[in-house]
Design a protein around this ligand. Structure first.
Ligand code: BGC
Length: 360
């Protein structure tokens, strides 16, 4: 059921509020803010550090709100963390094999921070940068505009990249993310958002393996032991990756060599709709305990479903949240057959993803 549910939501319809407070200070003295945006039934808190969504409050089927996004309560934990809780990811979401790619005849070496590969933009990607934030308002929608300029050569990537990301909350319980970027030299761009959701509640202690997922993807990109795609777009038919008819996230989670490679699901799905000009629905998660639902729409051709396999030691346990990272496919710069992630001067990178909440 889309928002609002049948019971009386009027009391919950808070007026739009945007506020800013000091969150912490980095070792170099830079202050980090926490912004709070409240619109309709949602309350989102985002940090200037990493554009990180620290929490997202969403009502359950009884109208009771709880935070459903995994996060930390201090800046020190975000700086030390390797989980990418809530973070904006760039310049390249997911892995690039050996941290190396060739573009227009030039070979570039990126920092290697995940086994032999470069993950999520390198060891100081967008998630470890301080973003400029200002309030966003359009019609009934409200939110934040985040800006960051990534200098030529930063983390090994060519070109000065000017990035703008809007986090938009709508009155009917949607969180929409609009990404935009331009460059002064040919480069790569493949951004995503790394919030880990637990629809029962981040503090509930429940594992997400009981959440049901329905996902419109007939193929996925199998990976090697270092989680680099083999290049194949393999059918999900008869594999644990077939979520087309809907099933629990944990249903077959130990059932194939692919899942052993990743300690669970940590794979990119090839969305049947392909790249689209406007966000189209691709997936729906439902949680029987809270009654919350999450419907995801995107312009992107792929999505990484990550079931929190490496969360031990973060203060949360394995499976305490899932990330659902809309994106182009991993290692695209080294896979000419995959949709391109190259951005050239004069072009504008634009993608959008919508996380829409409801109840059943
Ligand atoms: C990756 C995982 C990685 C995690 C880091 C995910 O996007 O696919 O392999 O461990 O990010 O928290």
């Amino acid at each position: 059921m889309p928002w609002p549910p049948s019971h009386d939501m009027k009391k919950m319809r808070r007026t739009v509020i945007i506020s800013k407070a000091h969150f912490g200070t980095l070792a170099d003295g830079t202050g980090v803010d926490v912004w709070t945006v409240s619109c309709g039934p949602l309350v989102l808190k985002a940090l200037s550090y990493g554009g990180t969504v620290q929490s997202l409050e969403v009502p359950d089927r009884h109208g009771r709100s709880a935070n459903i996004a995994l996060g930390y309560d201090s800046i020190e934990r975000y700086v030390a963390g390797t989980t990418y809780f809530g973070a904006l990811i760039g310049r390249y979401g997911n892995r690039i094999a050996d941290g190396r790619f060739t573009l227009d005849g030039m070979t570039y070496q990126l920092p290697v921070n995940n086994g032999p590969n470069s993950l999520h933009g390198g060891d100081r990607g967008f998630d470890k940068r301080v973003w400029d934030i200002e309030p966003y308002a359009k019609g009934e929608d409200t939110g934040l505009t985040l800006r960051y300029v990534s200098e030529d050569g930063e983390q090994g990537y060519p070109g000065r990249l000017t990035v703008k990301v809007d986090y938009i909350l709508t009155r009917d319980a949607q969180w929409r993310i609009d990404y935009a970027a331009t460059t002064d030299k040919p480069t790569l761009a493949n951004f995503t958002q790394h919030t880990y959701f637990n629809l029962t509640g981040a503090a509930s202690g429940a594992a997400v393996h009981d959440h049901e997922l329905r996902l419109a993807a007939s193929r996925y990109t199998p990976v090697d032991a270092d989680l680099i795609p083999t290049g194949e777009l393999a059918p999900v038919d008869g594999t644990p990756f077939d979520f087309r008819a809907g099933k629990a996230l944990g249903h077959d989670i130990r059932d194939s060599q692919q899942l052993l490679n990743a300690h669970g699901i940590d794979h990119n799905f090839v969305l049947d709709k392909g790249i689209t000009a406007a966000p189209e629905p691709i997936a729906r998660f439902t949680d029987g305990t809270s009654g919350r639902t999450l419907t995801v729409s995107t312009t992107e051709p792929g999505v990484q479903l990550y079931t929190g396999n490496f969360l031990d030691g973060s203060g949360y346990r394995q499976g305490a949240g899932f990330a659902f990272e809309t994106q182009h496919f991993p290692d695209s710069p080294n896979r000419p057959a995959f949709p391109s992630t190259v951005l050239r001067p004069g072009q504008t990178y634009r993608t959008s993803t919508v996380y829409a909440f409801g109840v059943f």
